[in-house]
Design a protein around this ligand. Sequence first.
Ligand code: FES
Length: 106
Amino acid sequence: MPVCGLSRLLAQRIVCARVTGVDLILVWDENRAVACERVCPHEQADLSLGYLSAGRLFCPRHVASFDLRNGRISMGWPSRPLRIYPTRIDGDQVLIDVAAIRPPAV
Ligand code: FES
């Protein structure tokens, strides 16, 4: 499913999206697109307000960071990993595998 134009992602580096009821962010870092959940799994900060550096997404609240390859949080923080979702690029579109996205529990 297309969720964002590649040129927009290259310009903004962090883009918000909502897919099947789940709030996500797309990020561009180290020459690849990564999709992940928007809400920080530590204490629910908005990760779209964070920043990227060297393959990591830094949370704006506590400045813990997540490895964008596997979602692991930086050492010492009590949190599950960040959920990462598969993406691919087709022309100027970034696509997400919708089947991999789990809607929030109700
Ligand atoms: S809320 Fe994101 S690291 Fe604490």
